[in-house]
Design a protein around this ligand. Structure first.
Ligand code: EPU
Length: 338
């Protein structure tokens, strides 16, 4: 195996943090992954399985092995109006979305321009603009690190939740996802309820005959206006999850902040946008040194220059403490911190 030593990670994470990994290996096939599992470096090291590096924050050098999953390929099976598209874990997610839109496979168009790879999407049930991975997920294949066998996981077995799955909990670090099969539709069933999508569609498409491509283009436009491109400004998308609180907590916050937005989760709980807390508390657009909260979407923490990972972490800690103190609500990081 071609295991590199002292590998710079700056170009392998969208925050652009200049950490160094003790070991690094790129794997582009299931066979290579299986071979790697037998390697003493793999067996004896802490590991990070890396896809697009778009949801990680390195706060120091990594004293272990970074496994960069780069296997590629797609296969399609049609079954009446259902289209099952299998994509290897190392496919770039937004290229995959583009491919589906070009072929008129409906389901993932709302997820355009999300950085990262296919293999990462089920881990945190990636979602945006009214669609989550679980809504289009059929099954996935993953290599069991202990047994070296490939296993399949169905929708229910993945235990998807809000930015959550079994792979962040009981199976954390036990599997390497090698491919994901999405269940798409040949007849468009568009999801246009989130934010301004519907309004923009009506403005643009006068005959109301909306296509998959229209939604794709509009979501891409909305994202472009609100979210910084990591190529220009280092970031890892939403840094915090939207906190889920009880209805009692919401009611007491509403006494003081009648305008506070919330979204139903279940009978007992609601989700409140972390962005609202940051905005209300004055964090939006605030900058300390090379780190700041993005002016157009405060839950995105931005690396304005050569910020160190621990500087970004400290900034996020300050925010968490401040929100806890002001509102009694505990924010959690969505980004994986190493
Ligand atoms: N808001 C404010 N001030 C702001 C911005 C937003 O108060 O400056 C409030 C508004 O009430 C707004 C609400 O926050 O309605 C939600 O904002 P937005 O629609 O921009 O989305 P979000 O909840 O902050 C989530 C995901 C994003 C995803 C968008 C769009 C999480 C943690 N984040 O953000 O996902 O793109 O919705 O669907 O769930 C990511 O996970 O990396 C990510 C970018």
């Amino acid at each position: 195996m071609n295991i590199e030593q002292n590998k710079p990670l700056k170009n392998l994470n969208t925050f652009g943090i200049a950490s160094v990994a003790k070991y690094y290996v790129a794997v582009d096939s299931e066979d290579k992954i299986k071979e790697l599992l037998n390697d003493p470096v793999f067996k004896n090291s802490k590991r990070i399985i890396l896809g697009g590096g778009s949801n990680v924050l390195f706060t120091k050098d990594f004293d272990g092995l970074v496994v960069h999953v780069l296997n590629k390929g797609k296969t399609v099976k049609e079954d009446g109006e259902l289209i099952y598209v299998n994509a290897k874990a190392g496919e770039i997610w937004t290229d995959f979305v583009e491919y589906c839109v070009e072929n008129n496979y409906c389901g993932v168009e709302n997820l355009v321009d999300i950085p990262g790879t296919v293999g990462a999407t089920p881990i945190q049930n990636v979602g945006a603009y009214g669609v989550e991975t679980k809504d289009v997920f059929h099954e996935l294949e993953a290599i069991n690190i202990q047994t070296r066998e490939i296993e399949k996981f169905t929708l229910t077995e993945c235990k998807f939740g809000y930015r959550d799955s079994i792979f962040k909990n009981e199976l954390k670090d036990k599997y390497i996802i090698t491919s994901v099969t999405y269940k798409l539709a040949s007849k468009p069933k568009l999801n246009t309820s989130y934010g301004d999508i519907q309004k923009k569609l009506e403005e643009r498409v006068k005959d109301k005959n909306y296509s998959i491509k229209d939604v794709y283009e509009i979501v891409s436009e909305i994202r472009g206006e609100k979210l910084p491109d990591p190529k220009d400004l280092g970031n890892a998308g939403s840094f915090f999850k939207n906190p889920i609180v009880s209805r009692d907590v919401l009611a007491s916050l509403q006494q003081k902040y009648p305008e506070i937005p919330s979204f139903d989760v279940d009978d007992q709980s609601v989700k409140i946008p972390a962005a609202w807390f940051l905005d209300n508390a004055g964090w939006k657009g605030k900058k300390t040194g090379n780190v700041g909260s993005y002016e157009k979407q405060p839950i995105i923490i931005v690396n304005f220059g050569n910020a160190a990972g621990d500087e970004i972490f400290a900034f996020s800690e300050e925010i968490i403490n401040d929100i806890k103190e002001k509102y009694g609500v505990q924010l959690e990081r969505e980004v994986n911190v190493y």
